[in-house]
Design a protein. Structure first.
Length: 322
């Protein structure tokens, strides 16, 4: 059962990582649905500009805070969304210890906040918990194929730990917890330099540069527009379901086909620069969203070309001279 949005109007949600790509869109959605929101971020990978349009909004409060360190929130808290973590390979390989802290210490602090207030807790996990999968597409029942000491392990294992501690708080403290496993998501407010394939290819297309393809380009991804993802997250938070739920687009595409699509939609001729495949880079990634369809009555609605055009328009503004 999904509770109606009207039941949450006037309640207070805390969003860690609220200045991040997904976090800031979630903040907007919660405010639009009548909630009050407290966002926390230390701008390691988030951007103040993602929240600047909320200045003066009486329902919104921002606290600059490293959520890996202890903190307190004044007043009643009804929901806690733990979204804080570096999420791109360039970021988490560059700051592995901070990434591990975001999954461990920061998860404990967010869970303790929810426990103190009797609040609902939602963890933003990731498809990376499946590692380089040997099961395809990936259902929530798959335990994954993760290298625990590889260069990506700081992110993979941090999120796996975060899931474990979330379930431990549920079992021990009877906390109302949810876990969303987020697959590749794109849209406005991504950073051009974050290393993920969507901003990388769009930035290269807009600058007239070759698109960098790692390996032979046959590895696959599935791309979900951010508003669809946020809708799934919000529906999960309002549900009575407590096991992990995949949220992503089940339409699978090779990286080379994705480069061709970006060139087509951008109106540029495709040129490519080939590079070796990074260590432990997943060969396939496609969510089985049967559980989301059944439990949340959710599936993506934004067509790929429409979402990519909106994202290209955003990046055109980012690249325009000041």
């Amino acid at each position: 059962m999904i509770q109606d949005v009207s039941e949450f109007r006037g309640r207070t949600a805390v969003v860690t990582g609220g200045a991040g790509f997904v976090g800031s869109h979630l903040v907007d959605r919660l405010l639009a649905d009548g909630l009050k929101v407290v966002a926390l971020d230390n701008f390691v990978t988030g951007k103040a500009g993602n929240l600047s349009h909320l200045e003066g909004n009486p329902g919104f409060r921002f606290i600059e805070q490293d959520v890996s360190e202890p903190y307190a929130i004044e007043g009643k808290v009804d929901l806690v969304f733990h979204m804080a973590s570096p999420a791109s390979p360039i970021d988490y390989v560059g700051i592995p210890i901070e990434t591990l802290k975001a999954g461990s210490y920061a998860s404990h602090h967010a869970l303790d906040l929810a426990k103190e207030h009797g609040a609902t807790f939602l963890l933003a996990s990731t498809s990376e918990v499946y590692g380089d999968p040997e099961v395809h597409p990936q259902p929530e029942s798959y335990w994954g194929n993760v290298n625990p000491i590889g260069v990506r392990s700081c992110y993979d294992e941090a999120k796996r730990y975060a899931e474990a501690v979330t379930m431990a708080y549920r079992r021990v403290h009877k906390l109302d917890t949810k876990i969303v496993r987020i697959f590749n998501t794109y849209g406005p407010r991504m950073r051009l330099d974050d290393g993920r394939v969507v901003p990388a290819f769009i930035g290269q297309a807009l600058r007239g540069e070759p698109m960098t393809i790692f390996g032979d380009g046959s590895q696959t991804r599935s791309f979900c527009y951010v508003s669809d993802l946020v809708d799934g997250i919000w529906r999960l938070a309002r549900s009575n379901f407590h096991e992990p739920v995949n949220c992503g687009n089940s339409n699978e595409m090779s990286i080379r086909a994705f480069a061709e699509a970006i060139a087509r939609i951008s109106g540029v001729e495709l040129t490519v620069e080939d590079r070796p495949l990074p260590p432990d880079d997943p060969k396939v990634r496609q969510p089985d969203i049967s559980r989301a369809r059944e439990v949340l009555e959710w599936e993506p609605r934004v067509a790929f070309d429409d979402g990519i055009r909106r994202t290209i328009d955003y990046f055109k503004g980012e690249l325009a001279p000041a």
